[in-house]
Design a protein around this ligand. Structure first.
Ligand code: PLP
Length: 385
């Protein structure tokens, strides 16, 4: 087996995706149109949501949902420090204040910590399903019901994930935002989807996503006065192109299969890593379907004798690119300056020092998976020895 360079991520596209994009281009309607409508309805039925709105990104979807719910200046939104900057930016851009609380053993935001952070100003909870492992949603929904809070989920990693027998996106959260960024389980290069069970919210989001215009160009195309439209709100420009929706429709039809391959690889990693002292395999929780967007292992540097950075460099030297998810929000200079951190974030900051994300995607061959495993074994044994 010849070792090759294994990049951290690689999208899984077939000839069918290329054909669908070509057809969309040849069809001549390239902004939001019939393919966006089809993608939305297929995505809604896949996750089991009443409504789905295709958007230009998950970040746009989060901002759109919070704005449409009326979250704004003076409000607090509780979220996790162990997330991508987009989560916190979406909150800040509404004018609201992000309130960070610590994560639990599963690296997801801890419901008990959310409870201690509630104030008169708390308006919403924004859980992030890190790596595709669902948060403890029953506890979060319970808190939200008791305290009359909105729940907006950052499901960037969670296309195909689930809690009990429901898929993420099915509710009862107010809104759930998915990402179709290049590295995600379902990828259109750039793009996203927001699902909701609330028809009024769905309509408000649809209007706000396209300049605040009441009826989009596709719906107006056969009107006698197709030129006429009305602006009824101060909106954004968050709609998705039909070219990307064409790609998304094919990806969605392949999602279960692609996720099965991710699960298979994750199971192989866990099988091997459970037997390596100094390495903790990625967490799994009974009753929660993992989407395996990321495989986040945790090192025990005291056993391994290497730091996380050294581990990642040693992996790269063996042709395996790793990453870290995520650099905690308080460690970025902008947020360090701008935000007030009222609650201890000890676990997030400690776990950060020892988390490593391995390559995990449906296009990985068995040989590549074994190369990743061999590199981990080699790195662990050389230093521990
Ligand atoms: C990728 C990601 C996002 C942003 O998704 P975009 O579609 O690129 O806007 C948001 N949150 C998390 C946790 C992510 O990993």
């Amino acid at each position: 087996m010849k070792p090759t360079f294994i990049p951290f991520a690689r999208p899984d596209y077939t000839e069918a995706e290329a054909q669908a994009v070509a057809d969309a281009v040849r069809g001549g309607w390239t902004t939001s149109g019939p393919r966006v409508a089809e993608f939305e309805s297929k995505f809604a039925s896949y996750v089991g949501a009443k409504h789905a709105l295709a958007v230009s990104s998950c970040t746009a979807g989060l901002h759109l949902a919070l704005s449409a719910l009326g979250v704004g200046p003076g409000d607090e939104v509780i979220t996790t420090p162990l997330t991508f900057c987009a989560t916190v930016n979406a909150i800040l851009q509404t004018g609201a204040t992000p309130v960070l609380v610590d994560v639990g053993e599963d690296l997801n935001v801890c419901p008990q910590e959310i409870k201690t952070a509630l104030t008169r100003r708390t308006k919403a909870i924004l859980p992030v399903h890190i790596g595709g492992l669902p948060c403890d949603m029953d506890a979060i929904w319970d808190l939200a019901r008791r305290h009359r809070l909105y729940v907006v989920e950052d499901a960037a990693h969670a296309a195909g994930a689930g809690v009990s027998s429901n898929r993420i996106g099915a509710g009862p959260s107010d809104a759930v935002a998915f990402s179709f960024y290049a590295t995600k389980n379902l990828s259109t290069g750039e793009g996203g989807m927001v699902t909701t069970g609330d028809q009024e919210l769905a309509e408000r989001m649809r209007i706000l996503a396209l300049h605040g215009i009441s009826r989009d160009a596709w719906k107006r195309r056969n009107d006698q006065d197709s030129w006429f439209y009305e602006v009824v709100a101060e909106g954004y420009k968050y709609n998705l192109s039909d070219i990307l929706a064409a790609l998304g429709i094919v990806q969605l039809s392949r999602l279960e299969k692609m996720n099965r391959r991710r699960r298979e690889i994750a199971a192989r990693y866990t099988e091997i890593f459970s037997g390596i002292p100094g390495i903790e395999p990625a967490p799994e929780i009974a009753g929660r379907t993992h989407a395996w967007q990321l495989y986040i292992l945790r090192l025990r540097p005291e056993i391994l004798g290497v730091s996380r950075s050294e581990f990642i460099r040693a992996m790269r030297a063996q042709g395996v690119e790793c990453s870290v998810h995520f650099i905690p929000i308080p460690l970025h200079p902008y947020y360090a300056d701008k935000l007030e951190f009222r609650h201890p974030l000890t676990r997030a900051l400690t776990e950060y020092e020892r988390i490593v994300s391995l390559p995990l995607y449906s296009g990985l061959t068995d040989a590549e998976v074994e190369q990743v495993i061999a590199a981990v074994q080699e790195t662990a044994s050389v230093h521990a020895g």
